[in-house]
Design a protein around this ligand. Structure first.
Ligand SMILES: Nc1ncnc2c1ncn2[C@@H]1O[C@H](COP(=O)(O)OP(=O)(O)O)[C@@H](O)[C@H]1O
Ligand SMILES: CC(C)(COP(=O)(O)O)[C@@H](O)C(=O)NCCC(=O)O
Length: 407
């Protein structure tokens, strides 16, 4: 990686028009990248991009250039930060920052970055890519990203219950207040009252890192998606102690608990006289996923109740668009709130922070870069959006979507 230290960071090393604005969210588990490619740039074509990072995608098949360009998304494991640096270097994305406008002669490039890694890895970025990270607050970025997606992107939010996904009609004029629950390595719960108006009201350390960390130790899975995949075939009742296990097969009706309700996650393991090898990895994965998701759903509901919030948006890469995770969270919110509160999910679940950091370029005095937040949502068919962010979101996977926009 040492050669990266010699990469030119001179602004004139390639034409200004080729520069793609890059923003980073460097979390405890994953590094998220959002970058902008203008259509008139010599941006590499989408197939080439896809081959470099499986999580990067575009709508090249069925979308025409509308205005400006596309926002692209990519992610890397934080533990593989060198791969991320290589990617940024090979795509010349590190040239897509800004220069200090108070010192016009300076050739120092700043890249917008949020998340703990913006602090932890600042020196590494300087050493390997010659760029400085301009740090933005993580909570602020999450909220900015969420507000942007909810107001600007068609069919961004959806409910998920009993296997049914339903897109939510969000009126941008009736969005606030809501609770944003970001499930990353840990979990943050943020009451959002408006653009830039928010308060982090709670959190829990039992989050995505707990699921993946414990899951890795208990099942020997090699990657997160494998662990998630395993949970599909698992049966949590093999390990979880149910109300019926305690009550001789019957409900505890008096306090509203059915026989199938989990009384104690992993509780059967105390009396089964079995060792770890006696349990199937898929059952362990299922119990673990259920335990973490249930717990987050319950704490979220309690915080929504605390502040009288009806809508809870769940984000963060723990969710991964995974049916069982979303179903468990939805059931927990629905169960505890007796149907009063609603769990919703976001298609760009993992990229809120990076999008928020991207939007913060707006604060800099950059020639030709103004991120316009649109006051209404555009249907997919609209083909001209003036000088606004225009979103065309017709892909399925939340990893493989780019957003058409102008900045
Ligand atoms: N490919 C992956 N590798 C590791 N963790 C993943 C992956 N995909 C999803 N996850 C889950 O997402 C969590 C990280 O979510 P994220 O929103 O990126 O948080 P952070 O900012 O803490 O990295 C992990 O702890 C894990 O539960
Ligand atoms: C410290 C963090 C904000 C870091 O964000 P992350 O990298 O997990 O996305 C998050 O892990 C968190 O909110 N943890 C829960 C801490 C607590 O409230 O107990």
């Amino acid at each position: 990686m040492d050669h990266l230290a010699h990469v030119s960071n001179q602004p004139n090393s390639q034409p200004q028009s080729q520069i793609s604005h890059l923003a980073l969210d460097i979390g405890g588990s994953l590094i998220k990248l959002v970058y902008f490619c203008r259509y008139d740039d010599n941006c590499r074509d989408d197939d080439e991009l896809r081959s470099q990072n499986e999580s990067l995608g575009s709508e090249s098949d069925n979308s025409r250039p509308v205005l400006g360009g596309k926002l692209h998304f990519a992610k890397f494991e934080t533990s593989k930060i060198n791969d991320c640096l290589e990617f940024i270097h090979s795509m010349k994305l590190h040239l897509g920052g800004f220069h200090d406008c108070t010192a016009p002669s300076s050739d120092k490039i700043f890249i917008k970055a949020t998340g703990g890694g913006a602090y932890k890895f600042a020196d590494l970025f300087k050493e390997k890519l010659g760029v400085s990270l301009d740090k933005e607050d993580e909570m602020e970025c999450l909220v900015t990203g969420a507000n942007f997606l909810l107001k600007a992107v068609h069919q961004e939010a959806f409910t998920y219950l009993d296997g049914q996904k339903e897109f939510a009609q969000i009126d941008p004029n009736d969005l606030y207040p809501y609770l944003l629950v970001n499930i990353g390595s840990g979990v943050s719960m943020i009451k959002v009252d408006g653009d830039g108006k928010f308060e982090r009201v709670s959190g829990t350390s039992l989050g995505g890192g707990t699921f993946w960390g414990l899951g890795r130790l208990l099942t020997k899975c090699k990657n997160f998606d494998e662990l998630l995949e395993l949970s599909h075939q698992g049966n949590n009742r093999v390990i979880d102690m149910l109300v019926g296990d305690i009550y001789g097969g019957t409900d505890y009706a008096k306090i509203g608990l059915s026989a199938t309700t989990i009384a104690s996650s992993f509780g059967k393991a105390i009396s089964d006289n079995k060792g770890l090898v006696d349990y199937k990895p898929e059952d362990i994965s299922r119990s673990l996923l259920r335990m973490i998701s249930n717990n987050i759903g319950q704490i979220s509901y309690l915080n929504a109740l605390r502040f009288g919030l009806k809508r809870i948006f769940f984000a963060g890469f723990f969710i991964r668009g995974h049916a069982y995770t979303m179903d468990t969270i939805s059931v927990a919110v629905n169960f505890w709130s007796k149907g009063e509160a609603e769990a919703m999910f976001l298609r760009h679940e993992g990229f809120l922070g990076a999008l928020g950091a991207f939007m913060s370029y707006e604060k800099q005095c950059l020639d030709g870069l103004t991120v316009n937040k649109i006051p209404q949502r555009f249907p997919i068919s609209v083909s001209s959006a003036g000088n606004k962010i225009y979103c065309s979101m017709n892909g399925k996977s939340n990893d493989n979507e780019s957003i058409e926009c102008t900045v």
